[in-house]
Write a new protein. Structure first.
Length: 65
């Protein structure tokens, strides 16, 4: 049961991070950025979402143990 919850939570985080990255890339292109610049902004957004999730999970793990 616990493994399934962890896998579902991980999948949800990755999907949300990908959606945020796609949105950031699209907004960058609409703002007039070049394709490499838009891809860079999307990658930074994806990495930030994953890092934020890891930080929050670490804080919760510290509080719950």
């Amino acid at each position: 049961m616990t493994v399934a919850v962890v896998l579902l939570a991980t999948a949800l985080v990755i999907v949300v991070a990908l959606l945020a990255a796609a949105g950031a890339g699209k907004l960058a292109r609409m703002d007039g950025a070049t394709y490499p610049a838009a891809l860079t902004r999307a990658a930074v957004t994806f990495a930030a979402a994953i890092t934020l999730t890891a930080t929050v999970a670490s804080a919760f793990a510290t509080l719950l143990t």
